[in-house]
Every structure is written in structure tokens, then in C-alpha cells.
Design a protein around this ligand. Sequence first.
Ligand code: NAP
Length: 246
Amino acid sequence: MGKLDGKAAIITGSAKGIGRAIAVAFAKHGADLLLITRSTPLDRLAETCRAHGSNVECITADISDPAQALAAIETCKDVFGKVDILVNNAGIARDGLLVRMKDHDFELVLKTNLTGSFNCLRAATKIMMKQRYGRIINISSVAGQMGNVGQINYSAAKAGLIGMTKSAAKELASRSITVNAIAPGFIATDMTNAMSDRAKEEALKLIPMGRLGDVDDIAAGALFLASDDAAYVTGHTLSINGGMYM
Ligand code: NAP
């Protein structure tokens, strides 16, 4: 028996990296999936999830646009009749030192990582409140907990996501909707592949476990928070970072 049998889950930015791993883990545990991508095709992932027995619907949407986010979330209700789980995973980085940070790069990262998550959170919450059930998981970052050189925009957005998680958790607890965050450390994905070798070496020095994390480490945390095992956990930020920040 799967931990998410009969549940309908939405995962934003699920075509690759952490989102993809969460989608596969949820499919293995019996969830039906609404997968949201911005541009990377979802066909192969959908095929993999269907092979595990999931019903899968794929949507192309830019979640930073409120209308597109709303339409995508409502599609889950239209197709599966409900929205049990939302994973706000879509995110981008546009790194640069504070004094050289372009307005556009600051605003784009806030608009995608923070406002985009809010757009999906608000749309899903309206459905979950009527159901009197929901599990919301916001993918934050260790950068939002401890800061990071060259990531003024990204750290601000990810710290904001932790605040948003706590406020939403307080507002929604009485409706049996839990809201939690995961703060990954450095995880091997396209996002970290884009770092320079020097930055990667520096990052490794900060990790007591001495290695980057794997996408499946994050998927395991998301599965826990989405499942009944975490029914009494809300407003929490789960650090999955190899000891990088305690
Ligand atoms: P990734 O491989 O770059 O994947 C990010 C996904 O988000 C992509 O599929 C991308 O779509 C999607 N996306 C970006 N902007 C979007 C938008 N406006 N609308 C819809 N989808 C959008 O990144 P990742 O490393 O797996 O990161 C996943 C999440 O974990 C992010 O929130 C990231 O900040 C967070 N995180 C990652 C790490 C790490 O070390 N990797 C550490 C801490 C936190 P396209 O494929 O179409 O571009």
C-alpha cells in the first residue's frame, strides 16, 4: 500500500531535478499527479509515473503569472475532483554580488520563487479549505536560512517562503491543512551544475557530510510531509542539507 493512495498532487517545476524526483516518489506511493512545467517537456516523466499506476495530467504554465497559476491549479480540481497536495517547487537562481545585482534579476527571482509560490498557494488553498484537507510543501533553501554570498535575491525569496509557510500554517491549521517548507542544502541538479567549480569547492567545504545531496533525499522529505505520517506537523522547515546549517 502506498502512502499517498487516492491523493491528487500538484508539483510545480516538475520536469527535472528535485521536482521530477518528487513526482516519481509520489507516483510510486499511489498519488495521481498534475505536473506543471514552464518549458521542459514532461512526456517522459509522465510515462514513468503512469508506469507506476498514476493518472497524470501535464500543464505548461508560468507560475509567476497569477492567471496561469490559477488555471493550472484549477485543472487539478477539474481532472481529479480535488487538490490534496501542492508542492511549490518551481524556482530559479540569477546570482550576482549585491552591488552589481540588476533590478531585473532581483525582481525575476522574487517574482518566480516567492510570488509564484504564493500564486499557487492561494489558488490551491481556496480548494483545500472547502475540502477541509490539504498538504502544502514549499521548497525553500538553506540560502534562505543562513544567507549566501552572491544570492541576495534568492536568499530573500527563500527566506520569504519560510515566513509565508508559517503564516499560512497558522491560518489553515483549523481546516486540517498543513503547510511546511523543505530547505535543501546543495543538491546535484542543473541549478548547482551551473555553479563555477570554485563555488562548488567552496560549498563542499561547508557541508559536514562532504558531498552534495541527491534529489531523492529531498523527495523522501516531501513524501513524509505529504503523508499521514506528518499529520501533526505544520509550520515546520525541514532542513535536508548534510549538516550544512543546524
Ligand atoms: P532545476 O533543475 O533548475 O528545476 C527547476 C524547475 O522549475 C524547472 O523545471 C523549471 O522549468 C521550473 N520553473 C522555473 N521557473 C518557473 C516558472 N516561472 N513557472 C513554472 N516552472 C518554472 O532546479 P532544482 O535544483 O531541481 O530546484 C528545485 C527547487 O529546489 C527550486 O525551488 C530551487 O530553488 C530549490 N532548491 C534547489 C537546491 C539545489 O541545490 N539544487 C537547493 C535549495 C533549494 P523549466 O524546466 O521549463 O526551466
